[in-house]
Design a binder for this molecule. Structure first.
Ligand code: TXA
Ligand code: MG
Length: 375
C-alpha cells in the first residue's frame, strides 16, 4: 500500500494535484483508496462499479448486506443516482453540504446492488474536506466509502489507524492529517414523508428541524437499545466500535458522584485481583509491585477536568467536558489506545454534552455493548 500525504491547505499545489490524479486513476480502474474526510477516514471505490464495491467488503471484512455511502462533490451529481430528489434533500443540502450529513433516497439503476447492500435505496453525502472533494472529482464523481477500519473496530480518525487495519489490503492511503469531527456523519432517511435519523452525528435533529420546519424523528432502534427493534441502517445492528476491554459507562446526576463511584469500584476490583493473585502464588505478595501490575488491568476513560481525581488504574482523558468537539474528535483514538494496553476492564464517564453529546453517547454505549450503570 502506497501512503501519500496531501493536506487540505496544500490541495492546489502541483505535487498534491499529481497525487490526487494518480489516486483518481486507481479508483477509475476499480482499485481502493483510503482518504480523509471531515468526519472519519473513508475507504473509497468507484460506487458505480460493482466489482470495485465488492472489494471494499473484502478489505474490511464487512457483511455484504451493509450498504455503502456514495460520496459526491456536487449536488448536481445526486440526480443520476436517485429516482427523484425529495424537497427535504434540496433544503438540507443547501444548508449542510458539504458537511457531515448523509441522506437516504430511492436509488436509480445507476447504483449497483453491491453498493446499496441489496437495498432499493442509496445513502449520499458530500464531505466538507478539500482532499476528499478533489479525490471524488478525480475518481469519476461517485465514490463509495465506508469508514476505513476493519469491521468491528473504531472508525479511523488518523492515517495511522487506517494503516493499522488495512495495510496490504488496499492500493493507496492518502494521509491528510487528523480529521476534524471524529464521529461519522448523521444519517437521515428521506424515503418517507417524515425524515428519520438512523445514526446521530454532528448535524442534530434540532438543526434539521430549524431549516425544514417539520419534525425530524429518531429511528426507534436508537431509543430502544435492547435489540428488540431492528435498526433501519443495517450497519447499526452490528457490534461496532468494540474495543478489546469490557466497558462500563457510568452515568450520574452530578459528575463528582460518578468519580466517587468509579474510584470505589476500581479499589474493590484491585483488592479482588490481589487476593486472586495471592491465592495463585500461595504466598504474600509485595504490595507495591503488585499494585503496579494489577492497576494495568483497569482503564478509566474520563474528561480532562476529572483526570487528577482518579487514584488507580490506567487513566485516559478524551478532552475537556466543556469542549464537546474535542471529546468527539478524540473518542475513537482513545478507544484504540486502550486496545494497545493490557487493560481488561474500562470504566467510562458519560458525556451528555449539549449538541454532540447524543452522538458521542451513541458510540460510547455501543462500544460498551450498552453496559451502563445509572447512579
Ligand atoms: O462520516 C461518514 O459517514 C463516513 C465517512 C467516510 O464519510 N462513512 C461511514 O460509512 O461512516 P460506514 O459505511 O461506516 O457507515 C454507513 C452506515 C452504515 O450503518 C450503513 O448500514 C448505513 O450507513 N447505510 C448506508 N446506506 C444505507 C441505506 N440505503 N439505508 C440505510 N442505511 C444505510
Ligand atoms: Mg463504519
Amino acid at each position: 500500500m502506497k501512503v501519500e500525504k496531501v493536506l487540505e491547505k496544500n490541495v492546489a499545489k502541483k505535487n498534491s494535484v499529481q497525487i490526487l490524479e494518480k489516486a483518481g486513476k486507481i479508483l477509475k480502474d476499480g482499485g481502493l483508496v483510503a482518504f480523509p474526510t471531515e468526519t472519519v477516514y473513508g475507504l473509497g471505490a468507484d460506487a458505480l462499479n460493482a466489482d470495485a464495491a465488492r472489494k471494499i467488503y473484502e478489505a474490511k471484512g464487512r457483511p455484504s448486506d451493509n450498504p455503502l455511502i456514495v460520496h459526491v462533490a456536487e449536488f448536481e451529481a445526486v440526480k443520476k443516482i436517485v429516482k427523484s430528489i425529495p424537497w427535504q434533500a434540496t433544503v438540507l443540502a443547501e444548508k449542510f453540504w458539504p458537511g457531515p450529513l448523509t441522506m437516504i433516497m430511492e436509488k436509480s439503476d445507476a447504483v449497483p446492488f453491491e453498493t446499496s447492500g441489496g437495498l432499493d435505496t442509496v445513502a449520499v453525502r458530500m464531505p466538507a474536506h478539500k482532499v476528499a472533494l478533489e479525490l471524488i472529482r478525480a475518481g469519476g464523481g461517485y465514490i463509495a466509502a465506508p469508514s476505513a477500519n476493519t469491521s468491528g473496530r473504531p472508525s479511523p480518525t488518523k492515517a495511522g489507524h487506517v494503516a493499522d487495519d488495512l495495510d496490504g489490503k488496499i492500493d493507496m492511503l492518502i494521509d491528510g492529517g487528523e480529521v476534524g469531527i471524529g464521529l461519522e456523519s448523521t444519517i437521515v432517511d428521506l424515503t418517507s414523508s417524515k425524515p428519520v435519523i438512523l445514526r446521530p452525528g454532528a448535524i442534530t435533529a434540532q438543526m434539521m428541524f430549524e431549516v425544514l420546519g417539520c419534525e425530524v424523528s429518531l429511528d426507534e432502534a436508537l431509543i430502544k437499545t435492547d435489540s428488540t427493534v431492528r435498526p433501519k441502517a443495517p450497519g447499526m445492528k452490528y457490534k461496532h466500535y468494540a474495543p478489546k476491554a469490557e466497558i462500563t459507562v457510568v452515568e450520574g446526576k452530578d459528575r463528582q458522584s460518578v468519580v466517587n463511584y468509579i474510584n470505589e469500584q476500581v479499589e474493590k476490583m484491585l483488592q479482588q485481583f490481589y487476593l486472586d493473585e495471592t491465592d495463585k502464588k500461595g504466598n504474600v505478595l509485595d504490595d507495591l509491585f503488585w499494585l503496579d501490575v494489577l492497576e494495568g488491568r483497569i482503564g478509566i476513560l474520563c474528561s480532562e477536568e476529572n483526570r487528577s481525581k482518579y487514584h488507580y488504574g490506567f487513566v485516559k482523558s478524551v478532552g475537556h467536558f466543556e469542549n464537546e468537539e474535542e471529546i468527539a474528535r478524540n473518542l475513537y483514538s482513545v478507544l484504540r489506545e486502550f486496545d494497545e494496553t493490557s487493560v481488561e476492564y474500562i470504566f467510562s464517564e458519560s458525556f451528555n454534552t449539549p449538541n454532540m453529546g447524543y452522538a458521542i453517547m451513541n458510540r460510547l454505549l455501543k462500544a460498551a455493548g450498552h453496559h451502563r450503570v445509572q447512579l
